[in-house]
Design a protein around this ligand. Sequence first.
Ligand code: AMP
Length: 408
Amino acid sequence: MKKKTLEDIQVNGKKVLVRVDFNVPVQDGKITDDNRIIQALPTIKFLLEENAKVILLSHLGRIKKQEDLQKNSLKVVSERLSELLGKPVKFINETRGQKLEDTINNMKEQDIVMMENTRFEDLDGKKESKNDSDLGEYWASLGDVFVNDAFGTAHREHASNVGISSRLETAAGFLMEKEIRYIGSTVESPERPFVAILGGAKVSDKIGVIENLLNIADKVLIGGGMAYTFMKAQGYNIGNSIVEMDKVDLAKHLLEQAKGKIILPVDFAVTKEFSADAPYRYTDYKSIKEDEEGLDIGPKTIKLFKKELKGAKTVVWNGPVGVFEFENYAKGTKAICEILANLENTRTIIGGGDSAAAAIQMGFKERFTHISTGGGASLQFLEGKELPGIESIDDSVDCGCEGSDCEC
Ligand code: AMP
């Protein structure tokens, strides 16, 4: 790895600022999914075992007006973290000030302090989100060393990531390291054959991803809502299926440029009504009727995709291949999960967002090499963009090896 990791820094007895992504869903004051907290535990536990003083920073939701403050307080998260760790987590209800400074200065080794939501600083001039230089400097002054473990915000240049890392020695936490190792190095130098699967609602959301993956993948399988824009580009009737007319020319261009790399569905589950229980049928790609819309790939497509995936050494998947929220149209997405889960000697990576949610919901959480924790961040990573949150982590001493096999 080209970036410093926890193994590369000295933390014993030091005040370690840790940017985590605790942006968890909270309803009526209760956390409804604590996965992001659980994902941060390895880094926090490691730092505690190494006798660090751990100071946690995270955002939660968006802060635009005064009323947003109370419902987005991190207090509830500090309580859940404390339960998960089995030890007290001292919560300070401010993002700067005497109380925070005194608490940090009085910390002992293995203590944990969590400060209030970093985005509380957005109320008055978006200081966090605009990477206000005084704020970054202030937060950096509170610690001796910085660990960035918040991949979910790596595509943003905020005071609590870039603002601190530009002023303190910075290493990637374990979660960030995993994301860099799996997504970053796969996009840089994948083991081949490399097959990408792209789905989701729209072409427009993923133009950058399609273009980048077309350059580096050996095959790009397209499903989901975006497939119909490609079908339209080839002149087929798609009935009422979701389509972006202003992207049909782009789809034509991509198909030409791809020179056979793009594999489109050959059959679909179609229905006259977008609902969970309306009747549906499977049909060939040439036989969608005027009053029908496609909501999933069909069995022949599943077979075709399975054939294309056989023997792949690397698979990256982003976007469900159907409306997986309805059971009738979750079959394609589930079949993709099953095919990937049963590939042997293949690095299988899900690039965040809805396909990650679908795979977890369908019970495949442990059966992929890596499921990314970032939505927007993993999309931008797959586009081949440099992410400011990662770029600002210190480079490690050059290990001399490169690519996905690099274990340094
Ligand atoms: P994305 O966030 O771009 O990955 O899109 C995910 C959404 O795409 C999910 O909510 C799916 O229900 C939706 N989707 C997938 N296939 C279709 C389709 N054939 N028609 C409409 N929406 C779809």
